[in-house]
Ligand binder design. Sequence first.
Ligand code: FAD
Ligand code: NAP
Length: 339
Amino acid sequence: MSGQWQEQVSLKPYNTFGIDVKARYFTQAHNDEDVRRALAQAAAQGVPVLVIGGGSNLLLTADVQALVLRMASSGLRIVSDDGQRVVVEAEAGEPWHPFVEWSLAQGLAGLENLSLIPGTVGAAPMQNIGAYGVEIKDVFVGLTALDRQTGALREFDLEECQFAYRDSVFKRHPGRWLILRVRFALSRVLHAHLDYGPVRQRLSEQGISNPTAQNVSDAICSIRREKLPDPVELGNAGSFFKNPVVAGVLADKIRVQHPGLVAYPQADGQFKLAAGWLIEQAGWKGHREGDAGVHRLQSLVLVNYGHATGLQLHQLAQKIQADILERFGVTLEMEPNLY
Ligand code: FAD
Ligand code: NAP
């Protein structure tokens, strides 16, 4: 086997749930050449390939009988700058939050609401990462991907990515495209999105009425640190379920029994329900089965208290899904990618 591939590597350090499964083979790609070489070697030997970034949106339920290819490419650059609109490009292996910090240090706004999201730039388009009312589609310009079926490079523009709520063409066709680098259009002027959750309140508590992008980022980082478990201390993959979008009649029906229902009207007349609220109402908050549990502060986050397996976490998730369906008639869809 190639000298660059390690064998039987524990993936515990490479997934934020901290699940201790093994990769049959493991290697890292620092540039396009490494990617091409690894894919060619794997194809020649009939070995499947699983591409990962920071492992913050994975649920690994068994040893991975494949080559795990971890994207570790680096490079951040300004592609164009007309004085107002600045296009930046980042390599897939760049960690997301340091990229956001770099953009802020350049005096660029646009990514501040997406501060402190774990993972890599290359995985961000997979589920059109979003937080506090902003998704990457709002600042996305294009990306370069490798078509794993043909080996050709392919450019994707905004429309071709088919971004939707925690979804994209890449998520719908897993394993087809390997994202190499992503471009975003940022701005020298802040168009602040403060009306989500407690962001405006946090700023006003600090006496800030006319925030900079850095102020918004700092406020969001402080809120997130209070609410979300740090994967370094407690294994997790962030929100475990997507917020379900349901018909108005179903939202009305649930509201009869649960007047406090958290439901956000959508442009198409449907309602987005807060999955965390449903799970909490059903009594799952803080629930623990062995080392698999529901976080005590944030019901949308499943956690690994130490030695939970991916299967145990998946079983807990399935119990929650069945209970929410029975109680509310609502189907919860898993957000992390299951392997
Ligand atoms: P991985 O988990 O390594 O991979 C995810 C998927 O993408 C896998 O299917 C993998 O095969 C594929 N993939 C990875 N890299 C590439 C590539 N270069 N090309 C093609 N496919 C690739 N998400 C949000 O949207 N908003 C949040 O606010 C948010 N907060 C979070 C908070 C915490 C504490 C945690 C643990 C997670 C959070 N997440 C959030 C989820 C996660 O951080 C994001 O989905 C992130 O983009 C995943 O990046 P990653 O590099 O870790 O991807
Ligand atoms: P929150 O502020 O407690 O809000 C609960 C839910 O209500 C969120 O899921 C959010 O939906 C929705 N919401 C809140 N204000 C809204 C508004 N003004 N309009 C429409 N919907 C609204 O949520 P949280 O758990 O602390 O997370 C804060 C933000 O970070 C959210 O945007 C969340 O998606 C994001 N986040 C994501 C992950 C992940 O792994 N995917 C992990 C942590 C945080 P949305 O989720 O649709 O935004």
